[in-house]
Design a protein around this ligand. Structure first.
Ligand SMILES: Cc1cc2nc3c(=O)[nH]c(=O)nc-3n(C[C@H](O)[C@H](O)[C@H](O)COP(=O)(O)O)c2cc1C
Length: 326
């Protein structure tokens, strides 16, 4: 099956499905599996402890796929910021053609990537940020609705409104992100004005995701109510899976005057990584979105992408046209 949108054409991929950057999960094996399945896989730069290790991870991905893949660079407020410029240089030196940026003030990064002829997808959570990234010269906007895992921003606008609101204003191609996991979501995204979807949580529950099988089963067993919003009072909201750690963080931050330092011991990336690596679901934060309610199995990336495209084709080719019939 062939599927044509401005996204598939620009990125040189078969299907309009992108795997968003994911800390600890976005490694070569997952990115390559998504790209081999016809979508766009993304390696997450900061998962690699140093820029040199990122160079090696990119080389490793090249050995696993000859299809296009990208690298994500996430710029978030941090107690000890990583050497962003060095990671950026490693991405450029490695000859990467597509980058996903996300987070605060990407201007300097976008500029440098564009100067090197790289296609930039910028992920954001508000129409005003999308327009500002468009003015900066990015090529694609990935817009994350309130449903999403990760940082949904502070406006709380779900995809059903955010995606068409963005599509009305943004001229460059739009990827819909947050809450997507099946062919129904893909067709809905296209109907709302996007030209493809970006998925995070759904790709965590695949055979190739480099995380413990117990975490994948946790995502399958959870439902659409199984998330917590953490860091709300700190204006740095994060959507994570509900577990004893995220419950505790919510409880602590509910106390008047509570500060980041009060929850810091619970929320470190290192602890989240232990949960993903060992399957100890209460070892740290497990980032996941409301789409958990639509995840019922752990397929390979190829099976998942094929299934989404089959469902989309059935809806576009049969179900919807039948509604227009006599
Ligand atoms: C485990 C996990 C880690 C993530 N880490 C990052 C990250 O480091 N940078 C980033 O831009 N987005 C990150 N995200 C967000 C995803 O890229 C994507 O925007 C989001 O998952 C989309 O929502 P969905 O989970 O409903 O598909 C993460 C998501 C998950 C599930």
């Amino acid at each position: 099956m062939k599927f044509n949108t401005r996204i598939t054409q620009l990125l040189g991929i078969q299907y309009p499905i992108v795997q968003g950057g994911m800390m600890w999960v976005g490694r070569a094996e997952l990115a390559a599996a998504v790209s081999n399945a016809g979508g766009l896989g993304i390696i997450t730069a900061l998962t690699q402890p140093t820029p040199d290790e990122l160079r090696r991870e990119i080389d490793r991905c090249r050995q696993l796929t000859d299809q296009p893949f990208a690298v994500n660079l996430t710029i978030l407020p941090s107690v000890k910021p990583p050497p962003y410029a060095e990671y950026r240089q490693a991405i450029i030196d490695s000859g990467i053609r597509i980058v996903e940026t996300a987070g605060h003030n990407p201007k300097e990064h976008v500029q440098h990537f564009k100067d090197n002829g790289i296609i930039v997808l910028h992920k954001c959570t508000a129409v005003r940020h999308a327009l500002s990234a468009e003015r900066m010269g990015v090529d694609v906007i990935s817009i994350d609705g309130f449903e999403c895992a990760g940082h949904p921003g502070e406006d709380d606008v779900p995809g059903l409104v955010l995606i068409p609101a963005a599509a009305d204003k943004v001229k460059i191609p739009l990827l819909a992100s947050g809450g997507f996991g099946d062919g129904r979501g893909l067709v809905a995204a296209l109907a709302l004005g996007a030209e493809g979807i970006n998925m995070g949580t759904r790709f965590c529950a695949t055979v190739e995701a480099p995380i413990h099988p117990r975490v994948k089963q946790f995502l399958v067993d959870n439902d659409e109510r199984s998330t917590n919003l953490i860091f709300r009072s700190l204006h740095n909201t994060g959507r994570v899976a509900k577990n004893s750690v995220s419950d505790r963080v919510v409880e602590i931050l509910r106390q008047p005057g509570a500060k980041f330092e009060d929850v810091q011991p619970y929320v470190s990336g290192a602890k989240g990584r232990v949960a993903l690596d060992t399957g100890d679901l209460d070892a740290g934060l497990v980032w996941a979105g409301q789409v958990q309610g639509l995840i019922r199995d752990v397929p390979t990336c190829a099976e998942l992408v094929q299934r989404i495209m089959r469902e989309a084709e059935e809806i576009i080719g049969s179900r919807l046209p039948a509604m227009l019939g006599a």
